[in-house]
Structures are given as structure tokens and as C-alpha cells.
Write a protein that binds this ligand. Structure first.
Ligand code: FAD
Length: 470
């Protein structure tokens, strides 16, 4: 470390406290790679401020010396957004010490929490007051409030409650020069000028540091019912979704699609067993409400599904425990995929009406590139969002397969990233597939808020306009 770098680290220590700025390899290492170890880097140090004021001072110090900052929450992201590059000159800013839940208003139905607060802890606090923060992810035991805001996280309840963006009422952010903007308003209506917080939601740490958020809560449903069905094809799944909207209406909270191949992987690697006969697809349907009558509604949905010839087999969970074991089939898919071998993840969305054509198109495009590639497709059918993952061989061309899947999605009016963001993983594909006018708009926003390109360079946008090396 040069004397200048050492002085900089000491300056950060004087802000955060000596123990809160890590430089030893063993201390830094857990922050330097993502949870799957698909991405890794080499930060100059890890700074762990304990307050908004400290974040502001750290950012101002970095700004003065033109040092890049990589924000990190729970490090559960799936696109490498929270992983530094290997230059050895970036500061990794961990929000992990800022975990306070500042207030919870059960009548106004809002919660204000610091960026490092764990999603699950905030959900538990809300549940204890009869309220729910409706963001449900398998990673919620580690993902943070700052992380879900910065990635505009989705999950299984988007169908009913929207993505994180739909829940954010106010934000506190630190700008590139260290200025703190306090927009922590607990308001459902606020049309006084530009709604600037929208820029930071989903910006993956490239425009500012989220230090706290006010989120909207909903009543905690007191009753829920879960069913597992199997269907012969995706057309039947979509017809059943339409039927579910009519039969269970606004209480429909999740409508998940899982391919028979995915369930077979879970059965192989997680020791679980589907209680029903397989079709080409399985559907996991959940309804929740404060009112009773859900069981009857779900039973009548199933009866109608059999009568119309849409469902091949199905079961309604008779207890919470059974519901959990049905959900386990869905929740173990990613883990089973990792155990199976080399995988390639995609997170596409298409309009629901285009889903059958997309599946046919993408299947042929993948087979044309790698005949032996196997599909592991599952996701949030109600949102038109599929994790169109592939299990591939050591020699298969990952880039060509990415192109095949993404081009199929774009051809059908879709997106190459429905909920996981771009991070560093999908920047090249964003460049390749986004129209020029939209790319220019994104650059203008970045230039306005982070002209020195110090916030998470190389994430969301390429480091340079043409995507070449910095
Ligand atoms: P990190 O991973 O630490 O960071 C993610 C991005 O946000 C990075 O770009 C980082 O720089 C930025 N960032 C983090 N905190 C801040 C901050 N305070 N200010 C500014 N920028 C910040 N995602 C979904 O959308 N839907 C799912 O269903 C889903 N399921 C998942 C299941 C599993 C098993 C796993 C491991 C992940 C899943 N994810 C899912 C992805 C992930 O959990 C979410 O993206 C989550 O929101 C990330 O939160 P985090 O605190 O871990 O953020």
C-alpha cells in the first residue's frame, strides 16, 4: 500500500472507527465474492459505516480522491452487482451495520428502516403488529432493505403487491459528493415535483447510496391456502391462471410455474417428492386473505380446472405444514440446479400472451446452439417472468446460448432481466439488446447524478460508452 493509500484508509478509519475499515485478506474475502462465487474481485478495503452521517463522510472522502465505491447489502444479488472489480482500488461500502428499524406505524401502515436492516427481521417486526411487508424471496434471511430497493426486488408476491418499487414511499440517499437527501416521507400521496426516488430504485448502487427507506405495509392475511396442480402444457397453465383470477380474484397471491424437469431435479437432489402425478408443468397457487372462505374458493378452482380438462392432477394443502412442503418443491429448485452441474441462468419476462410462442422459439434456439442443453425452467408465471435456466456441458458456448434465449425474449416483446437486474453479468446483453435512445437516456441520468462514474462503475452501464475497457 502506498503512503497516499494508507493515509486514505486512515481517513476512512477516522470516520467509521478503526475496526470498521477492513484491509486484511481474511476479513475482506467474504465481501469480495458473491454468494455463489460466480463473481469475485479485490477491493482496496471494506468500509462499514454505522450511520447516514458516516456514509456521507465516506462518500465525500472517496469523491475528493476520485475513488470508486461498490455498495453492498446482504450480498445475495444474482448479477454480480455488489462485487468489486479486481483493480484493488475500489472501496466496498457495506451497509451491514445500519440495521435499525426506526419506526413502524401499524395504522398508517408504514415502516422506516435503515439500509442494512435484514428483510426478514423487518417482516417479522411487521407481522408482530399484524402487518406485512409483502416482499417474499428465498434470500430474505440475508437480503437487506437497501438491497431490495437498489435492485427493485421481485419475488413470489409481485402478482398481488407489485415489485419493491410499488412499496417505496420515501428514501434517504447519499449523492456522489456526499450530500444527504432526506426524502423519508411517510406519504401515500406526494405530487410536489419530480418523484426523484424512482431513479434510485433499481439503480443497483450506480446513482447513489440508499441509507434508509420508508416502505408501505399491507394487512397481514390471517388465512391462506396453497394448491399444487399439474398441467399438460403452458397454454393450460395460462388458461388456469385466468380461471384463478376469476375464482379467487384479488386474494390470489402467487401463481408459480415449475417445469417437470425442475421438480425431477428437486426430487433427485433435495430428497423431496411431489405428491401429485407430473404433467409437463406444475403450478403452485396461493391465495391469502384476512377473511375466511379461501379453502372453498380453492377447492372450486380445482374442481373447475378438472371439469374443463385443464388440470391433470392436483392437491390442496390441508395444513400449514403441507403448504410448506409444497412450497419446498419450488424453493429448492435453484439449489438442486447448482448440485446438478454447470448451469446458465436467465431471468426473462414476456407478455403472458406471448409465453407459449416464446417457449417454443427459445427451445428451438437453444437446441440449435447446444443439442444436449437441458432446460430448468421455473418462475412467476402470473408476472410473465421465467427463470429460463439451462444445464449445459463443459464445452457448450455460454454466450451463444445467452444470445439465443435473450433474442427470443426480445423478439416476443420481452425483457432480458425481469427482476434480477443487470449488475455486471448482463451489461453486455443490455448494450446489445436495448435501443440506442434508451441507452442514451440511461447515460444522461448517470451523468447527471454521478458525473465522475464513482458509484459502482461497470455495473448496469458499461465503464465506457462503447463498452470497451475503462
Ligand atoms: P446485494 O446483493 O448486497 O446488492 C445488490 C445490488 O444492490 C448491488 O448492485 C449493490 O451494489 C446494490 N446495493 C445494495 N445495497 C445498497 C444500498 N444500500 N444502496 C445502494 N445500492 C445498494 N431477487 C428477486 O428479485 N426475486 C427473487 O425471487 C429472488 N430470489 C432469490 C433467491 C435466492 C436463493 C437468492 C440468493 C437471491 C434471490 N434474489 C431474488 C436476488 C436478491 O436476493 C435480491 O436482488 C436482493 O434484493 C438483494 O439484496 P442484498 O441486500 O443482498 O443486496
Amino acid at each position: 500500500m502506498t503512503a497516499e493509500t494508507q493515509a486514505f484508509v486512515e481517513e476512512l478509519r477516522s470516520i467509521c472507527g478503526a475496526a470498521a475499515v477492513l484491509t486484511d485478506f481474511g476479513d475482506v474475502e467474504p465481501y469480495a465474492a458473491d454468494w455463489k462465487r460466480s463473481f469475485s474481485g479485490n477491493p482496496l478495503c471494506v468500509a462499514r459505516p454505522a450511520s447516514t452521517a458516516e456514509v456521507s463522510q465516506v462518500v465525500a472522502a472517496c469523491h475528493r480522491r476520485a475513488v470508486a465505491i461498490v455498495p453492498q447489502g446482504g450480498n445475495t444479488g444474482l448479477a454480480g452487482g455488489a462485487t468489486p472489480d479486481d483493480s484493488g482500488v475500489q472501496v466496498l461500502l457495506s451497509l451491514g451495520r445500519m440495521q435499525q428499524i426506526r419506526s413502524l406505524d401499524a395504522v398508517g401502515m408504514t415502516v422506516e428502516a435503515e439500509a442494512g436492516a435484514i428483510l426478514q427481521a423487518v417482516k417479522q417486526e411487521a407481522a408482530a403488529r399484524g402487518r406485512m411487508l409483502p416482499v417474499s424471496l428465498a434470500a430474505e434471511g440475508s437480503a437487506t432493505i437497501g438491497g431490495i430497493v437498489a435492485t427493485n426486488a421481485g419475488g413470489v408476491n409481485v402478482l398481488r403487491y407489485g415489485m419493491t418499487r410499488a412499496l417505496v414511499l420515501g428514501l434517504e440517499v447519499v449523492l456522489a459528493d456526499g450530500t444527504v437527501v432526506d426524502g423519508l416521507r411517510h406519504l401515500r400521496k406526494d405530487n410536489a415535483g419530480y418523484d426523484w426516488k424512482q431513479l434510485f430504485i433499481g439503480s443497483e448502487g450506480t446513482l447513489g447510496i440508499v441509507t434508509a427507506a420508508v416502505l408501505r405495509l399491507v394487512p397481514q392475511p390471517r388465512h391462506s391456502v396453497t394448491a399444487l396442480l399439474s398441467v399438460a402444457d403452458v397454454e393450460a397453465a395460462i388458461a388456469l391462471y385466468a380461471r384463478a383470477q376469476t375464482e379467487i380474484g384479488e386474494t390470489l397471491s402467487a401463481f408459480e410455474l415449475i417445469s417437470a424437469e425442475s421438480v425431477a431435479l428437486v426430487e433427485k437432489h433435495a430428497g423431496l417428492k411431489s405428491p401429485i402425478a407430473a404433467g409437463e408443468w406444475f403450478l403452485l397457487v396461493e391465495a391469502a386473505s384476512s377473511l375466511t372462505g379461501l379453502d372453498e374458493a380453492m377447492e372450486s378452482l380445482l374442481a373447475a380446472a378438472f371439469e374443463d380438462g385443464l388440470a391433470l392432477d392436483g392437491v390442496v394443502a390441508a395444513s400449514q405444514q403441507q403448504a410448506q412442503s409444497l412450497w419446498a418443491l419450488r424453493e429448492h429448485v435453484s439449489e438442486a440446479e447448482i448440485r446438478e452441474g454447470r448451469g446458465l441462468k436467465h431471468d426473462i419476462s414476456v407478455p403472458l400472451a406471448a409465453m407459449p410462442a416464446f417457449l417454443a422459439d427459445a427451445g428451438s434456439a437453444v437446441a440449435a446452439v447446444a443439442l444436449g442443453a437441458r432446460l430448468n425452467v421455473f418462475g412467476h408465471l402470473g408476472d410473465g417472468n421465467l427463470h429460463y435456466n439451462l444445464l449445459i456441458g463443459a464445452d457448450d458456448d455460454a454466450s451463444a446460448l445467452n444470445w439465443a434465449v435473450h433474442d427470443s425474449a426480445v423478439r416476443h416483446g420481452g425483457s432480458i432481466s425481469a427482476e434480477h437486474g443487470l449488475g455486471q453479468y448482463r451489461v453486455g446483453e443490455w448494450l446489445r439488446t436495448k435501443p440506442a435512445a434508451e441507452r442514451a437516456l440511461a447515460r444522461a441520468v448517470k451523468q447527471a447524478l454521478d458525473p465522475g462514474n464513482l458509484f459502482n462503475p461497470g455495473k448496469v452501464l458499461p465503464k465506457t460508452p462503447e463498452g470497451g475497457a475503462a
